[in-house]
Design a protein around this ligand. Sequence first.
Ligand code: SAH
Ligand code: SF4
Length: 362
Amino acid sequence: MVAPTATLSPSPTVQLTELPLLGRSVESLTEWVQAKGQPAYRGKQLHQWIYQKGIRSIDEVTVFSKKWRTEVKDFPVGRSHLHFRSESPDGTIKYLLKLTDGHIIEAVGIPSDKRLTVCVSSQIGCPMGCDFCATGKGGYIRNLETYEIIDQVLTVQEDFQRRVSNIVFMGMGEPLLNTKNVVAAVRSLNQDIGIGQRMITVSTVGIPGHIRRLAEENLQITLAVSLHASNQTLRTQLIPSAEKYPLSELIDECRDYVKATGRRVSFEYVVLADLNDQPEHAAELASELRGFQSHVNLIPYNPITEVDYKRPSRQRIEDFTQQLKDKGIAVSVRYSRGLEKDAACGQLRASQIAETPPKSEH
Ligand code: SAH
Ligand code: SF4
C-alpha cells in the first residue's frame, strides 16, 4: 500500500489495449460492431444489452448469432465482480467490488421512498490525506477508469432492482484529480443510463484551477466543495493540501464556477467537536460566504479509529446550524446513513477491505 501523500502527479491507469464496451455511446458501439463486420443496428442492440440488461459478456447477447458471439466473447464488457455486500439496518447497502486488476473499491446504495442514491468512488484510495477521513488514511493506488465508475451504478441498480435516481461522487477518492474520467462517466450516466445531470453531485476538496476547468465542461451537475473550516489555519490543519490553496482562492474559484455555470455550489462542513463548531467559527464562515448563492451542508463527524476527533452533540449541531441561519446562510445537516457498516462519509477505507472476508462472490 502506498503511503498517503498529497501529490498531484498524473495517476497510473489500467493497462488495456482497448477500453471495454461499458462507457461507450451508441455511436461508438455502432462503429465497433461495424468494424467487426456486423450491420449498424447491432450497435443499438449491444447498447441496450449493456446498459439495460447488464450483460457481463457479449456471449450473453442472444440476439447475436452464436458464431459471432463466439468470435468476440472474450472482448471485455468492463463489469466488476461483487466481492462483498453488507446491508445496514437502515437499508443502506455497501458493496466491495473487485476490478479487473484485482483491486477493490467501494460503492454504497442509499434507498429512500422516492430515491435510490449511489455513492460512487472515483479513485482507488485517495492521495489527499485529509486527517479525519478513513480513505485518506488508507493510501492511494490509481484513478478509476470511466467504465469502472459506471459499473458501480449498474451494480447497485441491479441489486436493488430499482432505477438509480441520484449519484454522489462521495465515495473513495478526489474526483477532480480524475476529472477526465469523471466527466466522461457523468455524460455516459446521463446519456446511456438516463440519469439526469441535475441528480448528480460531484464533491471535491478543491484542487487549484480544477473547479474553473470543470465549469468549462458545461455540465448541469451540482458541485459540492468540502470546506470544513472557516479559516485557512484550521483548514490546513485538517487538509494537508490546503496549504498550497488559500481558502480565499478556493472561494473565488467557486464564485467563478457559479458565474460560469449558473449553478449553485454547496459547501460541506464536517463538524468536529470543540474544533470547528464554536460560535466564532459560525460567524467567520458566514462572513467568508457573504453574498454568495450557496448552501452549507453540515456533516457531523463519523468517527474513524486512527484519530481522536469527536462527534459533537446533537444540541451543539443544532446551535451551530441556528448560528449560521441567523447570519443568513442556507444550511442543512446531513446525518450519514450506513454508519453501522462503515459505509458512511469518510468511512470507506482500503485497508479494511483487505481484511474483509469475501462473503459472496460470483
Ligand atoms: N474527496 C472528495 C469526495 C469524497 S469524500 C471530498 O473530499 O469532497 C466525501 C465527503 O465525506 C467529503 O465532504 C468529506 O470531507 C466527508 N468526510 C470524510 N471523512 C469524514 C468523516 N470521518 N466524517 C464525516 N464526513 C467525512
Ligand atoms: Fe480524499 Fe475526500 Fe477523504 Fe480528503 S475527504 S482524503 S479528499 S476522500
